[in-house]
Ligand binder design. Structure first.
Ligand code: C2E
Ligand code: CA
Ligand code: CA
Ligand code: CA
Length: 276
């Protein structure tokens, strides 16, 4: 089999066929996942330097009737490929706005941020900004507590159009976060033109921070760059207390990761953090 790999494509690898069949199946099922109420959200808390709760990130979940829980690492790319990402993204935003409105209008106003992941594919749709504006308009909420997380893929888009669209989003009053920073295509030429309020250091840099001198230098640089550009810097994937200590020493403004808490259902989040 080793010999075969060199000059010709391996066409009949059965594991590849199984993978492909699964992808096709999932893509079909995803179309109906919203109406069948198979999607739900989990929240992962974020903490400030004093380890006080300041907000949460919304993470999408899919409970497939036959396959069980499917990771967003698997179904988000399928959704992006098939344009289903637009309706999925609208659904997530709607849920997030409803939740935020509930927090803000409930008794004992919780001043918490809510972050929503947005695919660059969504941003590229000409209807995106007006969709967001409409959804915001349907809820009574202060939009400055809503944050949209975009990955560095934004730097691989038609930049003038993207820059304009991002300014439109910000003028709706919400905040923008640059997710997975350091892993993609960030360009120092463009980063100063994009109106990001927050920079999220990718967890691949946080991972092994205690042993990896190079990662430590990289994170140090990212924190300084973010602050220099007026952004709030958040570290994700914090798993050990040593990592937390180093990140705070470097000046990170907020922390997210298993060390503090894992993503959890909304009811658990409410019980643990909001019920007094
Ligand atoms: P992300 O935006 O980087 O989200 C953080 C991921 O890291 C989440 O994985 C979270 O569960 C995980 N995580 C949090 N703390 C730790 C930690 O301490 N250690 C480790 N090893 N992992 C940690 P999850 O929930 O599986 O989501 C995976 C990715 O799927 C997300 O990465 C995001 O890119 C995407 N995603 C999730 N929900 C949505 C959504 O609603 N829309 C879009 N477009 N993408 C989404
Ligand atoms: Ca994220
Ligand atoms: Ca991230
Ligand atoms: Ca990531």
């Amino acid at each position: 089999a080793k010999e075969a790999g060199r000059n010709q494509t391996v066409r009949f690898d059965p594991s590849m066929r199984v993978e492909l069949e699964r992808a096709v199946q999932l893509e079909n099922d995803l179309r109906r996942a919203i109406e069948h109420e198979e999607l739900y959200m989990e929240l992962q808390p974020q903490f400030d330097r004093g380890l006080k709760l300041v907000g949460a990130e919304c993470l999408l979940r899919w409970r497939h009737p036959r396959f069980g829980n499917i990771s967003p690492y698997e179904f988000i790319p399928l959704a992006e490929k098939s344009q289903l990402i637009d309706s999925l993204g609208d659904w997530v935003l709607e849920q997030a706005c409803r939740l935020l409105a509930g927090w803000q209008n409930g008794t004992g106003f919780a001043e918490l941020y809510l972050s929503v992941n947005v695919s660059v594919k969504q941003l590229e749709s000409p209807h995106y900004v007006s969709n967001v504006a409409r959804t915001l308009g349907q809820h009574t909420l202060s939009p400055e507590y809503l944050q949209l997380e975009l990955t560095e893929n934004v730097f691989a888009t038609d930049m003038p159009a993207t820059v304009a669209r991002m300014h439109e989003l910000r003028s709706l009053g919400l905040r923008l976060s640059l997710d997975d920073f350091g892993t993609g295509f960030s360009s120092l030429t463009y980063i100063k033109h994009l109106p990001f309020d927050e920079l999220k250091v990718d967890r691949s840099f946080v991972n092994d921070l205690e042993n990896d001198e190079m990662n430590r230098r990289m994170v140090n640089f990212m924190v300084q760059l973010g602050h220099e550009l007026g952004m709030c810097v958040v570290a994700e994937g914090v798993e050990t207390s040593r990592q937390r200590e180093l990140l705070l020493e470097m000046g990170c403004d907020a922390l997210q990761g298993y060390l503090m808490d894992k993503p959890m259902g909304i009811d658990d989040f409410t019980a643990r953090y909001l019920d007094t």
